[in-house]
Structures are given as C-alpha cells and as structure tokens.
Write a protein that binds this ligand. Sequence first.
Ligand code: FES
Ligand code: FES
Length: 154
Amino acid sequence: MTTLLINGTQHQIDAEDDMPLLWAIRDLAGLSGTKYGCGMGLCGACSIMLDGKLTFSCTLPVSAAQGKAITTIEGLATDKGLHPVQQAWVEQDVPQCGYCQSGQIIAAAALLKQNPHPSDEEIRAKMSNLCRCGTYQQIFAAIKRAAEIQGAQS
Ligand code: FES
Ligand code: FES
C-alpha cells in the first residue's frame, strides 16, 4: 500500500511503485478529471500540480509522488468558490469538446501561482498543452482575465 496526498486527502493506493501516477489518480483514487492523451509527456492532458509545480502524471511513477502534495482539477475550487482560472474559463466560454481543458486549467493555475502577472510572451511560452479543438485564443484571453481576478482577490 502507498499513501498519496491528493487535494488534501490521504488516499491508500494499492499500486506498484512504477505505475504511472495518472492511473493511480484516475483508476485507484477515482478522480477522473485528469485525462489521458498521449501517455508520453507531450500533450498535457494529464497535467497535475506536484507541490505546486506543473507535472505530467502520465510519465511520473507513483513512487515519485509519495510525500508530495498532488493537486488535480477536482482540488482547485474551495469553499470560497471557483479558482480564478476556473472563473475566467467560464467567463470566456473556453472549452469546446473539453477533453484537454482540465490539463489546460491546471497549467494556467500553475503559471499564475509562479507568476501572478505574466506577460503575453510568458503566457505563450509556458502554455504548451495541446488542444485538438484549437481553443488557444480563448485560453489566452482567459489567463489574462484570471490574472485580473486573482489580483483583485489578493
Ligand atoms: S497524457 Fe500526459 S502529456 Fe499527454
Ligand atoms: S477543447 Fe477539445 S481538445 Fe481542447
């Protein structure tokens, strides 16, 4: 048994050390918001935060996440409401099919955590997640708006 700290809750996981963290999150912890896309660390669909840093869970073994704080899309909202990135996503009506969006939102949240006021260039450089529906313009606008919301709340 392995213990994983996911969204502030301890989960007892029966997994081999080398199981990709994504499967532990989805299949064993039952948190299906994090998606499988490429399985190769290329598309970002499986993005989570590990101790606050953007991480691809499809290529990370469970053993590497032990003792660290995992944040998935299910853990962004709080009792106070949606995360600023989620609020902005709703305002900008970003998703199309939605498949890439939890990874995109996690990537944006990680970006704003490290850099609350990113420049246009920094947003473009840091947001490398792939979207087959082509929502990139809406994502860009939503990140700008999320920075405003976050700034107003702090
Ligand atoms: S599924 Fe992990 S990066 Fe594509
Ligand atoms: S919204 Fe469809 S893949 Fe991004």
